[in-house]
Design a protein around this ligand. Structure first.
Ligand code: ATP
Ligand code: MG
Length: 259
């Protein structure tokens, strides 16, 4: 089952990263890994541009015609997200886990999305985040400062510091070269608790390599967030076989189990 709200989110407004107006409305790709880019993505509800008749189009001066054409080309290049059964299932399961985790004191469950490359894992994850954030703002209409969803991408060969910095970058926290991992973790947890964060999305989790010491520590850092904050963690993990993107609800107690 998927609610009308979730279906609506997954269909018309649901471009993937880089699908619509960029930060600052400059037409470039949005950065979902910054709070500003993420909020633009969540708020995006593109309107269908006006279609002129051929005569009306010809009557325009060259400048207006060019900007009209650009506007329509930009509209058609923003591909829509199809509300596939997998997206609907991920949204339903993610919301269910979010309710369960909200009141859990420890041992919160995460959600792993796995599948071969280019099968829609990131798309599912961003649609889940968009739905959860929209519903949060409906429940708390006067809490504009809340940050219900944090979205980061694990960098290649991720270390604990790199993971902590990604969280800080999303939240726009200032970092100095002297800030150590503990300082950054404390600042991130403080902001997430104040911002009522309920979902942490970690894309490209395969960049956390448990076979290395740094990778294992990065995994522990993600687990630390899941323990400190009343959140649900959702992570796509690439799998080399299988027909498409699938889901393992509650299969992991933390992002550390995503490998
Ligand atoms: N439900 C959908 N509706 C429309 N387009 C989709 C949908 N799911 C995926 N796509 C498109 O398929 C392509 C791959 O999707 P996506 O990047 O989400 O896959 P991925 O599994 O995260 O890939 P990777 O393994 O490279 O991280 C993108 O161009 C995306 O826009
Ligand atoms: Mg992806």
């Amino acid at each position: 089952m998927v609610t009308a709200a979730a279906a609506a989110l997954a269909a018309p407004g649901g471009q993937d990263a880089g699908g619509a107006e960029g930060e600052g409305g400059d037409g470039g790709a949005r950065q979902l890994t910054t709070l500003r880019g993420w909020r633009e993505f969540v708020a995006a509800r593109p309107a269908i541009p006006e279609l002129l008749t051929e005569d009306e189009w010809r009557l325009q001066d060259e400048g207006s015609r060019l900007s009209y054409d650009e506007m329509r080309l930009a509209h058609h290049s923003r591909l829509l997200v199809v509300a596939t059964p997998t997206i609907q299932q991920v949204i339903t399961e993610g919301r269910r886990l979010q309710y369960l985790n909200r009141h859990a004191d420890a041992g919160r469950c995460g959600l792993i999305l796995s599948g071969p490359a280019r099968t829609g894992k990131t798309t599912c994850l961003t649609q889940l985040g968009k739905t959860i954030e929209t519903m949060h703002h409906r429940r708390h209409p006067h809490a504009a400062g809340h940050i219900p969803v944090v979205y980061i991408t694990a960098p290649p060969a991720a270390t604990p510091r790199m993971i902590a910095v990604e969280f800080a970058r999303f939240l726009g926290l200032p970092l100095t070269r002297r800030s150590n991992v503990t300082d950054v973790l404390e600042a991130v947890c403080g902001v997430c608790l104040d911002g009522a964060t309920t979902l942490i999305c970690v894309d490209e989790i395969h960049n956390v390599n448990l076979g290395t010491r740094h990778g294992a520590e990065a995994s522990d850092t993600l687990k630390y967030f899941a323990e400190r904050l009343p959140v649900t963690s959702s992570t796509p993990a690439s799998a080399s076989s299988g027909p498409g993107c699938s889901m393992a609800p509650g299969a992991s107690r933390s992002p550390a189990g995503a490998r």
